[in-house]
Design a protein around this ligand. Sequence first.
Ligand SMILES: [Zn+2]
Length: 170
Amino acid sequence: MSNLTSLQAALNARGTGPAGEAAGALGRRGCPLSDLRDRLRRAGLRPTRQRLSLGWLLFGRGDRHLTAEMLYDEAMRAKVPVSLATVYNTLHQFTEAGLLRQLALDGSKAYFDTNPSEHHHFFLEEEGQVLDMPDCGITVDSLPEAPEGMEIAGVEVIVRLRRRVAARRA
Ligand SMILES: [Zn+2]
């Protein structure tokens, strides 16, 4: 919650004189909000208020995996005025800009990973929960030849999990 309060303070302070402290924080090196603004710009996205608000929610809590609905719920709880359609659009823009990675886990829902580097996942299907696999989790050392004229761009492994029956009953 304090993260969000400081986001709103920083956004509101933008360009206003009296709130000098918060406005000063925006220009300070290492300020998470100006880092986010730089990150959006470097990715070729104009740092609009909506992108900053959603980016703040997305990237402010370490590596994680969310659907548009999950981010929309967080935005509602944080009183960020966005529609579900805007959340979808923003997630796709962030993905195209390389800030997020879309995971092909489940045909019905798109999951987005805030860590866009290549890594593998566990997927607990029944609960829709996605977990990063530890680095040592898997080795892929035998890949087929790519078809003529193509090369392998990446390998992502999804290991599907279910709870053991005893655990499910408990
Ligand atoms: Zn991940």
